[in-house]
Design a protein around this ligand. Structure first.
Ligand code: AHR
Length: 680
């Protein structure tokens, strides 16, 4: 929404008018050399939590498509004569179903899949059904009816779509057809019914899949377009994946193993999701990782959105939160760590190696002969104790030796302060890791009072990756309310001011299915058909798409503006974009009152125009929802820089005694505002 900001009436320029008497004089030194802002500064952390992958970003609609969940028929309803078989064509996924004539012409045989919380389908859109099949009776051909339906609603199947698939070989083959539903339904099911040729009729079905024909960038085995587009809008500088705790696994054997997630999807083995049993009331015993969204797809997505890929690998320790490390099996002995280290070396080869190398060849065969240009690798997620440090040291030695150009990210444990944190940071420095990953899920007060967190960090050595953070409400309402987003915005001014220390940041978690979450707040919520951007999303996007190229000093009374005494609950930062010539000032007003602010920009070329973006709600606990997604959204307006401020209390432009311009404006109570001045 665009509107023109009304400023107070003014007529004359009055040089130096009462600047020192006005409150909140924020001085930007635009002539300063400043600190380069890393391209990686604002990124995304993707973890398969809250059904973010299968049932979320990964566009596949069928649950348990290869019949490999612990309960092989989980997600499926069968009727008639259906048998589970285990000698299928794909080594890592040997199960499939045999559907046969029921013994009576009236009785049907078939199966039905309800998707993950239902299948969202839209009227008139194309869906690609595929299946590996073979005839297993005497008939040369078998026919199946493939349909979309909603067995729980009173809807005539005619309203959806019904097609016939002919299977014409006793050898395994992939068959495809297109389904175009006549209606939109968030909770459709896929039904397959055998139309027997004769009494010997029998058909084998494996890897039953349903994808929207349209995916992000129309990739095969692609991503849900609407969710991926919302991610892409943020223009992330990094993409950290695949976790989080799922990297570690609840047990070592269920840790994330990237090699199992590349190659043909039909042969990628499933893995139990670390979040399957997390909380009693939010546990989902059907939460598995199909591996369909695997490392190739992550690299490709990072490339498509222009982010640096940042894979995280297991360091050989199962989730430390869940496990007793003294129990054998939860930690790989140091002298048995080599296979884990090899996984890291092989991953670098997979990403960057020549097509003639073993793993580079795999990448090329998957469709990407060009390297992915991997630059960063994280070893361990939330690990701590010297056992972690020793394992990381072994990884680092091997990686540095073979790939000295790869930058290594180490962990500072699960909390961003305290005993573990204090022990780990010096160890990380000693090891010389390039970045240290900090995690902080804290209450409002932490974010309000710590915008200066990084002001006194050492300027040399390992840099900070604020890899997981989000404001969790102190009132127990841990959603994505406006106030949480506001205090995050205030805290983030400290990232920008300290861009020589903070090189990467990412909010967490990123995605959540409204019916399948284990953890909240989350940045982006979705159901089977819709995506919702939280208030925090807008803060992240404003920062990420306006990060500039260098951070320049912004001070009030000679001090950084970080909600300190006498600073009227303001936090602020300023950056310059040398490509566009813009000067960008971000201010969070944490007070409950509207305040005058005076932006004095020194050393800049002439200010040509100013775009104002604000994020505000009168209700601190207002939140966007799937049903009402635009309750709190950024509002854009243009500030008329030709208006002159002439009186002590008027708004508009005037000049400081040195002739530099001052914009006087008012910032509303509990408001995040961004002023973007163009100089060209
Ligand atoms: O972001 C959710 C979880 O929080 C991550 O998996 C883990 O790293 C942290 O504890």
């Amino acid at each position: 929404m665009k509107k023109t900001l009304l400023t107070a009436a003014a007529a004359l320029v009055c040089a130096g008018l009462g600047a020192q008497n006005r409150p909140n004089l924020l001085t930007v030194d635009a002539a300063a050399e400043g600190i380069p802002i890393q391209k990686t500064m604002y990124g995304q952390f993707f973890e398969d939590i809250n059904f973010a992958a299968d049932g979320g970003l990964y566009a596949e609609k069928v649950m348990n498509r290869s019949f490999e969940y612990d309960n092989n028929l989980q997600g499926w309803k069968t009727f008639g004569k259906v048998r589970l078989m285990d000698d299928g064509p794909f080594k890592n996924n040997p199960h499939y179903v045999r559907i046969s004539y029921s013994g009576h012409p009236v009785r049907k045989t078939g199966l039905e899949n309800g998707g993950i919380f239902g299948m969202g389908v839209e009227a008139g859109k194309e869906y690609r059904f595929s299946v590996w099949a073979r005839t297993s009776g005497k008939a040369k051909k078998e026919r199946v009816t493939v349909m979309l339906c909603n067995p729980t609603a009173d809807i005539d199947p005619q309203s959806f779509c019904t097609e016939t698939l002919v299977v014409d070989s006793p050898e395994w083959k992939k068959y495809e057809l297109t389904l175009v539903p006549g209606m939109t339904d968030p909770k459709a099911s896929l039904r397959i019914i055998l139309n027997p040729e004769d009494s010997s009729s029998s058909l084998d079905l494996e890897h039953i899949s349903l994808f929207p024909a349209e995916t992000f960038n129309n990739d095969d085995n692609g991503l849900r377009k609407d969710i991926a587009e919302v991610l892409a809008e943020m223009k992330p500088g990094i993409l950290r994946f695949p976790g989080g705790c799922i990297v570690e696994g609840a047990t070592l054997d269920t840790r994330y193993q990237w090699k199992k997630t590349v190659g043909p999807v039909e042969n990628r083995p499933i893995n139990e999701n670390r979040w399957i049993y997390d909380q009693g009331n939010r546990m989902f015993p059907d939460y598995y990782q199909s591996g369909g969204l695997g490392f190739y797809e992550y690299f490709r997505f990072a490339e498509e959105v222009g982010a640096e890929p940042l894979p995280v690998l297991s360091c050989g320790i199962a989730c430390q939160f869940e496990n007793d490390m003294s129990i054998p099996g939860n930690m790989v002995p140091l002298d048995e760590l080599q296979p884990y280290i090899d996984d890291a070396l092989d991953l670098i080869e997979f990403a960057n190696g020549s097509v003639k190398s073993k793993w580079g060849k795999v990448r090329a065969e998957m469709g990407h002969p060009a390297p992915f240009n991997l630059k960063y690798l994280a070893v361990g997620n939330e690990n701590w104790t010297m056992e972690y440090v020793n394992r990381l040291a072994a990884f680092k030695k091997a990686i540095n030796k073979k790939y000295p150009e790869i930058k290594i990210v180490g962990s500072s444990g699960p909390f961003a302060s305290g005993e573990w944190f204090d022990e780990l940071w010096p160890e990380m420095r000693k090891l010389g890791v390039d970045l240290v990953d900090e995690h902080f899920y804290s209450w409002e007060g932490f974010y309000e009072n710590n915008a200066d967190r990084y002001d006194n960090y050492p300027r040399n050595g390992s840099k900070v990756f604020a890899g997981e953070y989000a404001c969790h409400g102190s009132d127990g309402k841990k959603y994505n309310h406006f106030n949480a987003a506001l205090v995050e915005a205030a805290f983030m001014t400290g990232f920008e001011r300290n861009a020589d220390v903070v090189y990467m940041t990412s909010y967490a978690p990123l995605l959540s299915h409204v019916e399948g979450w284990q953890w909240r707040p989350d940045l982006i919520w979705f159901d089977n058909l819709n995506v919702m951007r939280s208030c925090s999303y807008y803060v992240q996007k404003i920062y990420s798409t306006n990060k500039g190229t260098r951070s320049v000093p912004l001070t009030m009374d000679g001090r950084p503006v970080a909600n300190k005494e006498g600073q009227h609950q303001l936090c602020a930062s300023s950056v310059i974009d040398d490509v566009t010539g813009e000067i960008i000032i971000k201010i969070a007003n944490l007070s409950n009152y509207s305040q005058e602010i005076n932006l004095n920009i020194k050393g800049a070329a002439e200010l040509m125009s100013c775009q104002l973006t604000t994020l505000h709600s009168d209700n601190p606990v207002a939140e966007n929802t799937i049903e009402d997604p635009y309750q709190v959204v950024p509002v854009e307006s243009t500030i008329d820089l030709t208006r002159k401020a002439t009186e002590e209390n008027s708004l508009g432009m005037r000049k400081a005694s040195d002739g530099s311009p001052i914009l006087t404006d008012r910032i509303g109570p509990r408001t995040f505002a961004m002023y973007k001045f163009s100089t060209r």
